[in-house]
Design a protein. Structure first.
Length: 450
């Protein structure tokens, strides 16, 4: 072998090793540089045969049959038309026109076959408009190393908290999904998800209220941005009473602003705070409940009475809080009907569902059973070495896997300290402000409500 041939072989080996290293360490760079080209060639070469092998073809139309008979040929089966291929940072997006008689579920059932046929990491299908589908091919595991997109929405009550398995950011939109249930076992990444949410809300004109029955260890670091904090069930009871009163006052404000006189313009009538003039509109309020199971635990008959009252107030806030711009973020290690009276009623009001790795199937069913049993199976199969991974119910229907980027406690606390000036002044919550005297100093009149 000549010296030139050796140099060429060594060069090819170095290039192959470099591509392998790039594919492992920076799969997004590898995909944008080389992976998309290989996939597009494979897609163009095998599209018709893959559609046929996956059962996504149909009988030819009558005009094709007549034309084939005239030419003395066998008519080929009709194939869904590939209208457009778009390259993204994580894969390809195909726009497909489906054939008469086909539906979204036909393609959804074939996603695993399409994934293996085109050697992709994932395939996701969604309807665009009648007759058109969007098939998103994911070229690598985007959840192995979470990298959030650079351009993210920065609107009030919209917080990008995680990355979905299809490469799109998951936005926690409180206006679209007012209340959310977040569950996960210890070390599953639930706290990281919560930190990211608090960090995102800290820079917005929003009141943050916390109930942390773990003596405040989770939410106390964010106290400089909190409008109220309760860290025992007893103080949580008083705080919930105050929040219900605040909600009632907001409804009174809405009612007073409706002006239902016969000559009232239709555009001035509203049924929630968002229709009020900006100068009198109350600030949105997000109640974060960490370890909700602690609110359900009882040791004696007196505790049972307090628990029932607390759960009733929580259910009232969940049922009526949306119109008053009061939103709930309920977190816990587990959540099931065995927690006691009111658990199922509360869960029914929490439209958003985020399920990290759980230790029992019952908790996954409680959170995702009414969305999809496939989602329950996906939640119970999350690996322990993938903290932050979760299964969510989508507002648009269906479910998806997500993973939150790591947010340290120091990082979230620093964001809260930086935006301390945005903490709104709500007089009814002054007694619960973390920088005020300890909650043990709550006025005696408020204690009588416990």
């Amino acid at each position: 072998m000549s010296g030139g041939e050796i140099v060429v072989l060594v060069g090819l080996g170095v290039v192959a090793a470099g591509l392998g290293w790039l594919r492992w360490k920076r799969p997004d760079w590898y995909w944008l540089g080389f992976g998309w080209l290989v996939t597009v060639v494979r897609l163009a070469w095998s599209y018709r045969s893959v559609m046929g092998a996956c059962g996504l073809t149909e009988e030819p139309s009558r005009s094709r049959v007549i034309l084939a008979s005239a030419l003395d040929r066998i008519p080929a089966r009709a194939v869904p038309k590939l209208r457009r291929v778009r390259i993204t940072r994580s894969g390809l997006v195909l726009r497909i026109t489906i054939l008469p008689g086909q539906e979204l579920l036909d393609f959804d059932a074939a996603t695993e076959r399409l994934r293996h046929s085109w050697r992709m990491h994932g395939v996701h299908v969604k309807a665009v408009k009648p007759g058109f589908l969007e098939v998103r091919l994911i070229g690598y595991d985007v959840l192995r190393r979470v990298c959030m997109p650079r351009k993210l929405p920065s609107e009030l009550l919209k917080v990008p908290v995680a990355l979905r398995a299809d490469g799109a950011p998951h936005i926690r939109d409180f206006r679209a999904s007012p209340h959310e249930l977040v569950i996960g076992a210890t070390e599953s990444g639930k706290s990281v998800y919560l930190r990211g949410l608090v960090k995102g809300l800290a820079s917005q004109r929003v009141a943050l209220v916390g109930i942390d029955c773990k003596w405040g260890v989770e939410l106390a670091p964010f106290s400089r941005r909190l409008s109220a904090l309760a860290y025992t069930p007893e103080h949580a009871t008083v705080l919930l009473d105050v929040l219900v009163n605040e909600m009632t006052d907001r409804y009174a404000l809405i009612r007073a602003s409706q002006h239902l006189a016969p000559d009232t313009p239709a555009e001035s009538i509203t049924s929630d705070v968002w229709g009020l003039p900006a100068d009198i509109r109350p600030v949105p309020l997000v109640l974060i409940v960490d370890e909700v199971a602690e609110l359900f635990l009882i040791a004696n008959k007196a505790d049972e009475k307090r628990r029932d009252h607390m759960v009733t107030q929580l259910v009232r806030l969940a049922q009526l809080g949306r119109a008053a711009a009061i939103y709930l973020e309920v977190c816990g290690q587990r959540f099931g009907s065995e927690l006691g009276t009111g658990a199922t009623a509360l869960r029914a009001q929490l439209t958003g569902r985020v399920t990290h790795r759980v230790n029992d199937e019952a908790s996954a069913k409680m959170a995702l059973g009414d969305i999809s049993m496939r989602a329950v199976g996906a939640a119970t199969s999350i690996a322990a070495e993938r903290p932050g991974t979760a299964v969510i119910g989508l507002v648009t229907g269906g479910w998806a896997r997500i993973r939150a980027p790591f947010v340290s406690l120091d990082e979230a606390a620093a964001a809260c300290a930086e935006h301390e000036g945005l903490t709104p002044d709500i007089p009814s919550l002054d007694a619960f402000r973390p920088h005020h005297p300890a909650p043990a100093d709550i006025p005696a009149q408020a204690k009588q409500n416990v």
